[in-house]
Design a protein around this ligand. Structure first.
Ligand code: ZN
Length: 110
C-alpha cells in the first residue's frame, strides 16, 4: 500500500504501532466488529464432557479447570466439544449420547 494516505486508523495501529487517539479508536471499533460478527456455534450442556475429561485425563490443570467451569455454566461450543472428544479418541456421541444429535442448531445465533 502506498504511504500517501492517512497514516492513522486501523493500519496505523496494526502496522505502524501508532497509539494516538485516532488509531486507538479505530482499533477498538475493529475489535468490536470482530466480536459482533464472530462465528457463534451452538452450545451443548457440558456436564457429560466434563465428567469424561475428569475421569480420563490424569492431570487437569488450572486453565482446564477454569475452562470446564465456564463450560458447565454456559455450555460448550459444539465444535470445541467435538475436538475435545476426538483428541481423547472417542466420538462425541460416546460422551454425549443422543444429546449430541439433538442440539438445536438455531440456538447458536443471536
Ligand atoms: Zn495514529
Amino acid at each position: 500500500m502506498a504511504k500517501t494516505g492517512n497514516p492513522h486508523g486501523i493500519s496505523g495501529y496494526k502496522r505502524r504501532g501508532c497509539r494516538c487517539a485516532v488509531c486507538e479508536a479505530a482499533y477498538q471499533k475493529y475489535n468490536a466488529d470482530r466480536r459482533k460478527y464472530r462465528h457463534k456455534a451452538p452450545r451443548i450442556k457440558a456436564d457429560l464432557l466434563v465428567a469424561f475429561i475428569t475421569e480420563n485425563d490424569s492431570h487437569v490443570g488450572g486453565t482446564s479447570k477454569a475452562m470446564m467451569e465456564r463450560w458447565l455454566r454456559d455450555g460448550v461450543d459444539l465444535y470445541v466439544a467435538d475436538a475435545a472428544c476426538v483428541k481423547r479418541g472417542v466420538h462425541p456421541y460416546e460422551v454425549f449420547g443422543d444429546a449430541w444429535w439433538n442440539v438445536p442448531i438455531e440456538g447458536g445465533d443471536d
